[in-house]
Design a protein around this ligand. Structure first.
Ligand code: HEC
Ligand code: HEC
Length: 299
């Protein structure tokens, strides 16, 4: 009996040592990922200044949910305060923030690559969704960002807890947590042109993947607030298989599904996404219908 206990004790001790060692190694890897310096070539991009482009940039910033995170007036806010990960504020993008000192190329690099001018990865900025954004869209969004009035709001840089660094080291944070580490920065990008096609819908659907997952099969959203419902299955394996084009468009204008469910725009940002044009929504629906049917939550 005593021998058995001693053996169990040794096994337990071994396990604890193993966990501590794995944790320490993951922590070091996590720190490395956070401190990695990226060299991104300057983006040659010219920013329009006319009112029509600025208004279109505002619509795009809504559709690509920039305003959900950075707020309506772009002054930034507390995005997440989770002891497992850390405290994440979104940046103040108005001339009252740091962006006033950045070149347009710096801003484009932050949007598409998730890298700030010091070469460090931005934390919690979902550039993996924006990597393929075409020049026309990026330049109009920047035109809008440059046009807003200055707001004096100091948003601290995100701070990551020890367990957050371990999660990053183990690769367990969703990609938007540290997008620069997940983007193949040298990949040749095919930037699609706007038309009513599944191909263009695929480009627009990048905004959905953060919540509905890369396979669009839905399920619980990783690291979401406890009151957040599971995301719906958008593949033909879910309710959408029975929706018509007009059901889909109506949903993005009202938040009401053909099944009669009213969806809260704080859970599913249909009000922002509903600023897509009817052609964009049609393209998006064409793409979702072209996906292989998946069971909910199956990737
Ligand atoms: C999921 C929330 C989220 C969304 C959506 C989002 N951002 Fe961000 N963004 C952040 C966070 C968080 C930071 C701060 C990152 C840091 O300081 O490391 C940030 C930083 C930035 C920065 C760098 C600014 C600075 O001072 O460091 C720019 C530029 C930016 N975002 C632009 C955009 C634009 C444009 C869009 C839409 C196309 C967008 N963001 C969408 C969360 C978001
Ligand atoms: C911030 C997270 C988030 C984003 C981004 C998001 N969704 Fe959702 N979506 C949800 C959640 C959560 C639900 C389920 C809400 C509920 O059940 O109350 C949902 C529900 C839906 C529904 C209702 C489906 C049904 O069967 O009832 C549709 C349609 C939908 N989303 C489409 C999209 C599309 C298309 C995009 C991208 C253009 C998108 N969503 C982006 C979180 C999100």
């Amino acid at each position: 009996m005593r021998k058995l206990l001693r053996r169990l004790g040794i096994i337990l001790l071994g396990l604890i040592v193993l966990i501590v060692v794995v944790g320490a190694v993951a922590y070091i890897i996590g720190e490395g990922k956070l401190n990695k310096v990226y060299t991104i070539p300057a983006q040659s991009i010219s920013i329009p200044t006319d009112q029509v482009s600025i208004l279109e940039g505002k619509r795009l910033a809504t559709v690509w949910v920039c305003t959900d995170c950075h707020t309506e007036n772009l002054s930034g806010r507390l995005l997440a305060d989770n002891p497992m990960i850390g405290t994440i504020y979104t940046a103040n993008l108005t001339p009252g923030g740091e962006l006033a000192k950045w070149s347009d190329s710096d801003v484009a690099t932050a949007i598409r690559h998730g890298v700030s001018p010091d070469g460090k990865a931005l934390i919690g900025m979902p550039s993996n969704d924006y990597f393929a954004m075409n020049d026309a869209d990026v330049s109009k969004i920047i035109a809008f960002v440059r046009s807003v009035p200055a707001v004096d709001n100091k948003t601290p840089r995100p701070t990551i807890t020890t367990s957050g660094k371990i999660l990053i080291g183990l690769g367990l944070l969703p990609p938007q947590g540290l997008a620069a580490a997940y983007i193949d920065h040298n990949a040749a990008i095919s930037r699609p042109t706007a038309n009513v096609s599944a191909g263009y819908g695929k480009y627009l659907a990048t905004t959905c993947t953060g919540c509905h997952n890369a396979a669009f099969s839905g399920g619980p959203i990783p690291f979401a607030a406890p009151d957040m419902p599971a995301a719906a299955n958008l593949t033909p394996g879910g309710d959408l298989a029975k929706w018509s084009d007009s059901d889909f468009i109506k949903f993005f204008h009202t938040g009401i599904t053909p099944e009669g469910k009213q969806i809260d725009s704080k859970h599913m940002p249909w009000k922002s996404l509903g600023q897509m044009t009817e052609d964009e929504l049609k393209a998006l629906f064409l793409y979702l219908k072209s996906l292989p049917a998946k069971a909910t939550g199956k990737q």
